[in-house]
Structures are given as C-alpha cells and as structure tokens.
Design a binder for this molecule. Structure first.
Ligand code: A3P
Length: 291
C-alpha cells in the first residue's frame, strides 16, 4: 500500500486541491493555520481558537468550547478528502473573521488566499519527530505499516502533501518576504516558551493581549487550557472515535500521543536519524531555516 493510500486519500476521487482551488472563496479577514501533518496542528488550532475567541469564552470558563469539542473540530480544514463529510459550502456559512486550517503546500493554496492578503500561521517541527508521529498515527489504522516502509516513503518525500522540506521551505520563504502576512512558528520553541509565543500569536492575529490581561494571567490561562496534558485528559479528547477523513474512523486520543520533543530517539536507528537529518539539511541549506 502506498503512503498516500495509507494516509486515507483515494486517488480515484477528485483531487481535493483542485476542488478547493475552484470552489473556495477566501475573504481578506481569513486566517489560515498551515502545517505539514503531525507538526502540532491540533495544538495550534486550540491556541488560535482560544486566543481569538477569548472575549466570548474566557480560557478559564467552565463552558469553554474546548471542554466539549475536539480542537480538530473547532477549526475546519480547507481541504479534506471526502468532501461529503466537509462540504466547502459549510465553510461559506462561517461568519467572518474565519479561522481555517490547511495541510496544503503553499503552491496548492487557492491564489485568492495570497491575493486577498489572508494571514497565515505556519507551524514547523523537527522532521524526525514529525515522521515518528505520522508513522504512529497511520499505524493505528494500518497495522502492517512498518517503520522501514514508512521511513522510505517519508525520506523520499512521498506524502499526500509533498516532501516535508519543500512544504517547510516554501512557507519559510513567504514568511521572510511577507512577515506581516505569514507568521512562522516552531513547535520546539513554542514548547520551551509558550507564553511568549502565545503573545506573539495574539499580536499577529490582531488581538494582542492588553497589559491588564497580561497582569491577570490571561496568557497563562490560554497556555494551560491548550497544554498537551490538559487537552489529553479531557473526556472529549481521551475517548471516542470520530471519522474526520471519511471511511477512516480514528480514536480522538490519537491526536494526543506523546507531545514531546525528541521522541524520535525512541524509534529511529542512528542510521535513520542521520539519513533524515542529512536529507533535510541539504534541502534547507542556505535558507536560514534550521531545526
Ligand atoms: P506526537 O505524536 O509526537 O505526540 P497534529 O495535530 O498536526 O496531528 O500533530 C500531532 C502531534 O502534536 C502529536 O505529536 C501530538 O501528541 C502533538 N500534540 C497534540 N496536542 C498538543 C499540545 N497541546 N501540545 C503539544 N503537542 C501536542
């Protein structure tokens, strides 16, 4: 089975990218949360949702939407295979300003996103951790998906969203050329200094924290609500099964596995880690992007 098939995409169905290109209508006030799969999309969705909706839902409120809804379901993807589960028309019904997510590489995003100046928040993660996370995730539904086969595909750049290094590099370049439109975040830096990065995120999204909010610990409240341990422990995320991609029901908990930096060391051989590092370093050389 190819990695594309393993990831739940069916080549017999219309290409989701072309469908999105044709039918999605961006609005200037849209924000796109862009990630290669397994870079921390769920976390970024939770953070961006909580930051932008904090005037209606305080992070400490006992009726906060994150207490009853999976973060994946609070911010819809632009593209999803099996559009009958996620009709583009539903995106149209969302009130502005819309918060949307995508795994699509920059080159496949509908041109209106850039033309209208939509904000993009990109989250980057060490590709070795991304690989392990992706292999474990796919392995939940395809038990025959061995690490060797997964590694070969990943290091050859075979994935429904293209090679990870290309995905990273294109958003990185855009973030340098248009820093007011593209915020480039790194998972490892966010884990190390979440408060600093949540403030940065809020400022970029046009809803900076006031001094009063900072003094009252609102930022820490957001960080706590969206932390790995907190989200993972919520019943809505720790139990149940949901079909988000059509025909591939996944446990809600599968989006909260280890939540660590460097878990790759528990799964990759030295040879694998050196090989992937060498590939990615070579591809990113001279760009200023490091991991
Ligand atoms: P691991 O498999 O390494 O644990 P995505 O959301 O893009 O599918 O990425 C999933 C990865 O993000 C998983 O990594 C998951 O555990 C981690 N993750 C999910 N929620 C997180 C959070 N609140 N903080 C940090 N990492 C989180």
């Amino acid at each position: 089975m190819s990695c594309i098939k393993a990831a739940g995409c069916d080549p017999a169905r219309p290409c989701k990218a072309s469908m999105v290109q044709e039918h999605f209508k961006a609005r200037p006030d849209n924000t796109l949360l862009a990630t290669f799969p397994k870079c921390g999309t769920t976390w970024l969705k939770a953070l961006a949702f909580t930051v932008t909706n904090r005037f209606d839902h305080a992070a400490t409120s006992d009726t906060h939407p994150l207490l009853t809804r999976h973060p994946q379901d609070l911010v819809p993807f632009l593209e999803m295979p099996y559009r009958q589960l996620h009709p583009i028309a539903d995106l149209e019904k969302l009130a502005s300003p819309r918060l949307l997510a995508t795994h699509m590489p920059i080159t496949l995003l509908p041109p209106c996103v850039s033309k209208l100046g939509c904000r993009v928040v990109y989250l980057f993660r060490d590709p070795k951790d991304v690989f392990v996370s992706l292999w474990q995730f796919i392995g939940k539904v395809h038990t025959e998906y061995t690490i060797d086969r997964a590694f070969d595909s990943f290091s050859e750049g075979l994935s429904p969203y293209g090679p990870i290094w290309k995905h990273n590099l294109e958003f990185w370049k855009k973030s340098i050329a248009e820093s007011d439109k593209v915020l480039f975040l790194k998972y490892e830096e966010m884990m190390a200094e979440p408060v600093k990065h949540v403030k940065m995120l809020a400022k970029f999204l046009g809803v900076p924290f006031t001094e009063e909010e900072v003094r009252c610990g609102v930022v820490e409240g957001v960080v706590h609500l969206c932390s790995f341990d907190k989200l993972r422990s919520m019943p809505v995320n720790s139990s149940g099964v949901t079909d988000r991609i059509g025909g591939v029901p996944m446990e809600n908990s599968s989006y909260f596995r280890a939540g660590k930096i460097g878990d790759w060391a528990n799964h990759l051989t030295e040879e694998m880690s050196k090989k992937l590092d060498a590939i990615v370093e070579e591809k990113l050389r001279g760009s200023g992007l490091t991991f």
